[in-house]
Design a protein around this ligand. Structure first.
Ligand SMILES: Nc1ncnc2c1ncn2[C@@H]1O[C@H](COP(=O)(O)OP(=O)(O)OP(=O)(O)O)[C@@H](O)[C@H]1O
Ligand code: SF4
Ligand SMILES: [Mg+2]
Length: 458
């Protein structure tokens, strides 16, 4: 497996140009209405042999791509990425489910489909194979304009080439593909898609055939187009480094299904599906010990029961799933298709990951209830203390009042009632503060002292 999904090293080194831009764009696209969606899409290919089951290349996929969002679809060879991408483009008709564009189901009738193809454009992996060697750059880019009978052909072509960094565009008009570098050829392919002003690009391994020095250029170009034109893109790739560098969201596919989806930060930092963990473990700086998947390569004509990953799952083999009490579900209970939109922390299709999540949220709830109990206890203690303080204050005040009254009656001082009133009206603290400032002698003093009572007594 690890050989199928290339490590990120190449992508990391070449695409880092786009990294900061990608991160900046990630926040911007969330919560935007999807422009292109797959709703429980399934695609089966009939097998030639009579006894052979159909190949379920895509076996239930929900996916939303928002305007200005780059969604990277990763997974090992044969998991159904290209089939899903072709289905999203309308090149393959789903056996069941729906592709929706701008909220409406895709129509497969001629004119409607032609209109749709203008809005959702394909960029293929191999620019040399995508370009006709007998066509000049101008003819290659103008082809779409002619098919869709658009006006201002030359200015559209020049504009698309310039947007793709081929400047001045006129210098490239009469060149043939063999007169261009690999990066320039891929730019011409992208210009050919852009000339129709699409809303979505579907790019199948857009930089896989390019050498490392030009990958970064093409990735930066895709990011710039996203930022400048609000272009959405579905980027199919084996290269996790590329996915990390350009994707706003990452979908991990295994045997026709998306098994984990989230932002690259979520999925790279905390991969929760054992398959995703295995993919991430082969990245150069991964903190996860490299995981080598055993078992047979997946076959879409023989999808295992229960969790489709169970024959190769390291967590099931190691007994971790059994320890969590989900081993029976792993082999026997099918997992539902992941929804297109999910919780903020990403989505995962795994019994064990779900059990861990449930345990984590139970822990969190328990911690929250412990915190709440502690807080209630602290509040009660505070209440108790303040009641005690209040009682002490009242007792103190009463003691002093009694003391004052007693002294007053002893002295038969006419100010006695005033002193009692003073004690009632003023706070104990204020009373004694004032008393400590030297007024007390007047209270305890000889007859007539009442006139000298301080103001706070009233
Ligand atoms: N036209 C077809 N007829 C029959 N089977 C097909 C057809 N197209 C694809 N398949 C099968 O569907 C499965 C998914 O193929 P797909 O090309 O979508 O995989 P992928 O993930 O793009 O692989 P890779 O990374 O190698 O390009 C494969 O097992 C493939 O053999
Ligand atoms: S459901 Fe079970 S078998 Fe499947 S990936 Fe999760 S732990 Fe492994
Ligand atoms: Mg493919």
């Amino acid at each position: 497996m690890s050989g199928d999904v290339s490590t990120a090293s190449a992508g990391n080194s070449t695409a880092s140009a786009g990294n900061s831009t990608a991160s900046a764009g990630r926040a911007a696209v969330r919560d935007t209405a999807p422009v292109l969606s797959a709703v429980d899409v399934r695609v089966e290919f009939a097998s030639r042999g009579r006894r052979r089951a159909a190949a379920r290349a895509v076996d239930g996929v929900n996916l939303d791509i928002a305007a200005g969002e780059i969604l990277a679809l990763v997974g090992e060879s044969g998991c159904g990425k290209t089939t899903l991408a072709r289905t999203m483009l309308g090149l393959e008709r789903p056996t069941s489910g729906q592709v929706r564009f701008a909220g409406r189901p895709l129509s497969y009738r001629g004119a409607a489909l032609r209109g749709y193809r203008r809005s959702v454009q394909l960029v293929l992996q191999d620019p040399t194979g995508s370009l006709n060697p007998r066509h000049t750059v101008y003819e290659a880019v103008a082809e779409g304009v002619r098919i869709h009978r658009l006006d201002n052909e030359e200015s559209r072509v020049a504009d698309a080439l310039a947007r793709c960094g081929l400047r001045p565009p006129e210098r490239f008009f009469q060149r043939y593909p063999h007169e261009l570098s690999g990066g320039q050829r891929q730019r011409v392919v992208i210009a050919g898609a852009l000339v129709l002003e699409p809303s979505v690009l579907v790019a199948d391994e857009p930089v896989a055939s390019l050498d490392a020095s030009v990958r970064g250029e093409i990735l930066s170009l895709l990011l710039r187009l996203r930022d400048e034109l609000g272009l959405a893109a579905l980027v199919v790739t084996h290269d996790l480094g590329l996915a990390w560098n350009i994707a706003d969201r990452l979908a991990v596919m295994y045997l026709g299904r998306i098994v984990e989806m989230g932002t690259p930060e979520q999925v790279f930092a905390d991969p929760r599906h054992p398959y995703t963990r295995a993919l991430m473990s082969v990245l150069p700086e991964s903190p996860i010990e490299p995981i080598v998947l055993s078992g047979e390569p997946p076959d879409p004509t023989r999808i295992p029961s229960g969790c489709r990953f169970h024959p190769r799952c390291p967590e099931l083999a190691s007994g971790a799933a059994a320890a969590a009490g989900v081993a029976g579900q792993c082999t026997g209970a099918a997992l539902p298709v992941l929804p297109a939109a999910g919780p903020a922390l990403g989505q995962v299709s795994c019994h064990l990951a779900q059990a861990k999540l449930a345990a984590d949220s139970a822990d969190t709830a328990e911690a929250a209830s412990t915190d709440a109990a502690d807080a209630a206890e602290a509040a009660e203690a505070r209440l108790h203390n303040s009641a005690l303080e209040a009682r002490a204050a009242v007792t103190q005040r009463l003691t002093r009042i009694t003391f004052i009254s007693w002294h007053s009656s002893l002295l038969r001082n006419s100010c006695c009632w005033r002193v009692i009133l003073a004690a009632r009206r003023s706070s104990v603290a204020g009373f004694w503060t004032a008393a400590s400032r030297g007024h007390s002698w007047r209270i305890w003093g000889p007859r007539g002292g009442s006139s000298a009572l301080p103001a706070y007594a009233w």
